[in-house]
Every structure is written in C-alpha cells, then in structure tokens.
Design a protein around this ligand. Structure first.
Ligand code: F6R
Length: 616
C-alpha cells in the first residue's frame, strides 16, 4: 500500500528519493516524508497530504545535502493521515528513522512495553515502535543496524517492509520484509531499495528479489542479504524489462488516459511469442508439465477487484473450451469457507501487482491443501508469482493509475491463453480449432484500437450524465463481468453509486431502483454468437426503458435490433462472444475517467484507495 524508497550512493539522496516517491505515489498518498543523514545528524521532513505538500515543505524548509536517504508515501492503516502519523518515525534519541509498509499486528503489546520503559510515543502508528525498539538495542549492545533489525523483526508479527537509517552509521540503509513487497536495485557506486522497480528504473535495471523474512543491508558498493537469524541468503538477480519512460505520462493529461490508449499494444504484447508457426500455443514459461495439466479435474480462480472480474470471464472461457468445472472466488473470502481444493485442482491467482495480500494468503492456503497454483501477474519479481508453482506474465508494462485498465485487458488475454492451452494439452479441441481461436485473439489488438474511437462519444455522455445520482450497468454471460467492471470503475473514480447486474437478475429485485431518467448501460452480446443470449438482452433493454430508464446501449457494429430502444448507442467492433469484454470494457473506462474529471476528481489517485493492497 505505502511506497518505500531507500538510497545510498553518490547523488543527492533527496532528489533521488523524492523522484522515486513520485513514481510510487500511486501506492498511497495520504502523507509523505523523507529522512537523510548529514554531518552525523538525522534530519526528517514529513507532511500530511500528497507528495506535492512535502515538496513545498522542502522548498521552505530545505534538508541539508546528503548521499543517503529514505522516503515514504503513505496509505493510512493505524492512525489518520496527519503530519505526526506520516513516516519516517524517529526514535527518542533522534538517531533512528524508520519507514514501514504493512501492519504490525502485535504493536499494542510492544507499545505498552515501551511506554512502561518510559518511552513517549508521538504518533498513533504501529510503525513508531520499531524506531524505539531499534534505538533501545543499538547503543547498549554494539550491534550493527542490520543485526538490530533482525532482532526486532523476530519480535514482530504481521506484515511489514521496514527501512531504517541511523545517524551514527551514515553509509548504511537496512531493510526487512515479511509478507510485504521490497526490491533492491543494484547500481554502480549506488544501491536502492523500493516497494517496486518503478522507483529506480531511471537509475538501474538490475533488480534483486528479496525472499520472505529477509533483511538486506545496502551500502554504496555492497548488498548483503540474510534471513532474520543472520544466515546469508541466496538472491535472484534479474533484469527489469520495463522502460523508464513507460512510467511517465508521455504527454497525456493523466496516467489513466495514457494507459487506456496503450491497451492495443498491451494486448498485442501479451500475445507476443506465445503462438508457434502452426498457430498453436506455446506457454513453456508456465512451468506446469502437460502431465500435470492432464491431471486437473477442477479450476478455481482467485482474485480481487478488477482482477476478479477478469477471473469471471476466465470461467466462461475455461468451461467452454476445456469442459473443466471452474469456480471463481473473491480471494478475501476463499480461505475462510473451507474450500474443496486438492492436488487435482488448478488454482489460478490473478493479480496485476503480484502483492495483493488477500490473493497471496488465499494462494498460500490453496498450496497448503495440495493444489497447484498458477499466477497471472504483471509485475516481475513480485511475491505471488514467486510463490506459485507456475506463472504467466501479462505484458501490460507499469500501470501507474490506481484504477486498473490495461492490466485488466491483458489479464483477460492471459486467461484466454491459459484456457486454450489447457484445452490444447488435454485434447478438448482440435489443432485447427485452436489456431482459429488464436487467429481471432490475434485480431483483438486491432479491434481494441478501433474501439478507442468511441472515446469522444463517451466523454460527451459523461458531460451529460455527471450529475446523475446513480448509474446502473447490465450484461449477460461475459457481459455481466463487464457490467461489474464498468460499475467498479465509476465508483472508484467518480465516487458515485454505480452497480452492475446480471441482466436476468434485474427483475428479481434491482428493477425497483429504476425511475425516470436513471442511466442504464447495457452490454449487448454479439447477435451472431449466441442468438438466445442476444434476444434476452434485447428484451431486458425494453424492460428498463419501459420503466423510464435512459438506455445507453453498447452493441456491435451492424446490430440493428437494438436501435429502437437505445437513447444512446455506442458501437463496438464485432468479435467472438468470449472475447467481447476486450472491447466492451474500453468505453466504460473512458466514461468513468471522464465522469471523474467532470466532477473535478483526481483521476489517477482516487480518494481512500491505493494501487497495491498489501493488507488484508
Ligand atoms: C480497480 C483495481 C482494484 C484491483 C485489485 C486487485 O480498478 O485496480 O480493484 O484490481 O485491488 O489488485 P491486483 O490485481 O494488483 O491484485
């Protein structure tokens, strides 16, 4: 949730850290803070609100020059978003500064212990205890900062990435991680710590994955990783393929606008290299053998939010192409209901960030029950693919806007690829059937590009509807998850009531919400795909219209049957039924962003949210 950055090297640490925080701000933006060591003194500045508030504080109250520093951008858990609760937190002797992402579950106990020892805590956070615990160990024991960190970590429960600086040790930054993200960037004469690689790719592309329960010490020239008991750890170094400019706005007004526009390429990139000359799929990177795939008797998809909607679409594709039963479950619910999973279950965990705690915990639970877990993920080196039996990466590039767009489309593509690959391996489809579907998929980047042409219409519609108290979305089959996704986008960006329904379910209750002028967005399936499905939704449009709703109909080019019932008609390119979400979602993304902009909201950083949800 929070963004974390640490630096030691030759450059001005403050500039490097603040630039890194800017790239991490999507992770949390309630408050921000930095600490540097200069002339044997620890100096911090922190401020509630967005990073811009901290930057103006630094303008009026500058920090001294320094080559070592840490910085934090916060998504509040313990304690409101105030200056006092902003990180870094500093020990009473003013020597230790700590930043933290996660939740220290036993903090109340540690806080009582410190209070009894006479320490005065100055914030309501769980983090502050760590600064005091480190300070209490260091002078008396002669330990170094990494040793002290290991000792403290052994006392903590919960999830944490911690980064610490000590004023008497001006060339070392120490960090630790348990259940919370942390990557190391290896530079030349400089090293970095961050919540994700976006923070340092402008400086280095060499990254090191940190494992669970590890402590890392960085100096200008050295990176030392151990477990919490000081045992040296083997590390995996990898090359970051993301381009530094991919994490910039590149002339667009918002990251979200840029990421929506990047979708044709993101879809194409996710397909790239995954089809052989015969038009069949090759997913060798997935690390599951054909024998293992043949043993499966059930698929369970776990994910949260937008990724869950991708999982819902996956169910339709998987069941249709493989004839395997597929369940889709919200990751946050999964492990609490005693789910039936075993060695013959394939669990697919979908996550853009690869760090979502609900998904991670659900996935670990599934593995404990013997299930094989396949991660569909966008972030290299993140925890979920690392802990999975197999991984298929989406190639969306960095997604910076909090609301997920291009990651969703690429998750859909990855789900189609997995479903089709399973069908290919298990012989559910003939080779020529597989290659025909692959051809359809390969044409989707072009169709996603075409559908972007509806953007001006969607913006005009948003201008008209910006004061509507509520917007409803309906769809059937794969149009149902699209309806849910359209509503989620509108809620998170425009802060308004929006709900998605399975169109057939309306008459069982929600139809009571309809009154004169309520906008209802209808996702209409292809008339050539499943005739009955199409017919039913045309009836649903008439039902809502008869009750005074204002119908906004999203239908394929050439579908004339909907024309008489549409107050607004948005045309999308014709495509196979299962693939329609790839085009039908795009106008809804543009609509939600335009509604948010029309209401004067921050499109990239909606209130109360964070991009990567690393708490349960
Ligand atoms: C919505 C959105 C969230 C995420 C969800 C899962 O626009 O972005 O609903 O989809 O928090 O995140 P990941 O995919 O990182 O696990």
């Amino acid at each position: 949730m929070c963004g974390i950055m640490g630096y030691v090297g030759e450059k001005q640490a403050l500039a490097v850290v603040v630039d890194g925080l800017r790239r991490l701000e999507y992770r949390g933006y309630d408050s921000a803070g930095v600490a540097v060591v200069s002339g044997g003194q620890l100096e911090t500045r922190k401020k509630a609100g967005k990073l811009a508030n901290l930057e103006s504080l630094l303008g009026s109250d500058p920090l001294p020059e320094s080559v070592i520093g840490i910085g934090h951008t916060r998504w509040a858990t313990h304690g409101g978003p105030t200056d006092a609760n902003a990180h870094p937190h500093v020990s009473e002797d003013g020597k230790v500064a700590v930043i933290h992402n996660g939740i220290i579950e036993n903090f109340a106990e540690l806080r009582d212990e410190l209070t009894q020892a006479g320490v005065t805590l100055r914030s309501e956070t769980d983090t502050e205890v760590v600064a005091h615990l480190l300070a209490a160990i260091l002078p008396s024991t002669g330990m170094d900062l990494a040793e002290a960190m290991r000792l403290v970590c052994r006392r903590l429960s919960g999830a944490f990435t911690l980064v610490a600086l000590h004023s008497d040790i001006p060339d070392v930054v120490v960090a630790a991680r348990r259940n919370s993200p942390l990557v190391v960037g290896r530079g030349i004469g400089e090293n970095f710590l961050a919540s994700d690689v976006a923070a340092f790719i402008a400086h280095t592309r060499h990254a090191i994955e940190l494992g669970q329960d590890q402590v890392v010490e960085i100096t200008r020239d050295q990176i030392t990783v151990t477990d919490f008991y000081g045992v040296p750890a083997e590390v995996t170094e990898y090359e970051v393929t993301w381009d530094a400019s991919a994490a910039e706005k590149g002339g667009y007004e918002t990251f979200m606008a840029k990421e929506i526009a990047e979708q044709p390429k993101a879809v194409a990139d996710t397909l790239l290299g995954r089809v052989d000359a015969a038009g069949l799929l090759k997913l060798d990177e997935m690390r599951l053998t054909e024998a293992q795939l043949r043993e499966i008797d059930k698929v369970v998809v776990i994910a949260c939010g937008t990724a869950y909607h991708a999982g819902m679409v996956a169910k339709y594709a998987l069941e249709h192409w493989t004839r395997l039963p597929c369940e889709v479950e919200l990751a946050s619910e999964f492990r609490y209901r005693d789910p039936v999973v075993n060695v013959r279950t394939l669990v697919i965990a979908i996550s853009q960030s690869g760090e979502t705690m609900d998904t991670l915990m659900a996935m670990r639970y599934a593995r404990e029950q013997g299930a094989r877990v396949l991660a569909i993920c966008n972030t290299q080196g993140s925890t979920i693919p690392r802990e999975s039996d197999a991984a298929l990466y989406t190639h969306a590039g960095p997604e910076v806007a909090v609301a997920s767009t291009k990651a969703f489309l690429t998750q859909l593509v990855a789900c189609y690829l997995v479903a089709l690959f399973v069908a290919q391996v298990r012989g559910n489809k003939f080779g020529d059937e597989i290659s025909a579907i692959v051809r359809d998929l390969s044409d989707m980047p072009r169709k996603v590009d075409l559908v972007l042409d509806t953007s001006e219409e969607m913006k005009a519609l948003a201008a008209e509807l910006k004061d509507a108290p509520s917007v409803l979305f309906i769809g059937r089959h794969v149009g149902f998850p699209v309806a849910l996704e359209g509503a989620l986008k509108l809620k998170e960006l425009a802060y308004m009531h929006a709900e998605g329904f399975a169109a057939g379910e309306l008459k069982h209750g929600p139809i009571a919400l309809l009154e004169e002028g309520v906008p209802v967005i209808v996702i209409v399936p292809s008339p050539t795909g499943r005739g009955l499905l199409h017919e039913k939704i045309v009836s649903n449009i008439q039902e809502v219209r008869a009750r005074g709703a204002r119908t906004i109909v999203i239908a394929e080019e050439g579908d004339e049957s909907v024309v008489p019932y549409a107050d607004h008609l948005i045309r999308i390119p014709a495509c196979p039924t299962l693939m329609q979400p790839l085009v039908a979602t795009v106008p809804l993304q543009v609509f939600a962003a335009a509604m948010a902009a029309a209401k004067g909201h921050d499109v990239d950083q909606p209130r109360n949210l964070a991009k990567s949800v690393t708490v349960e």
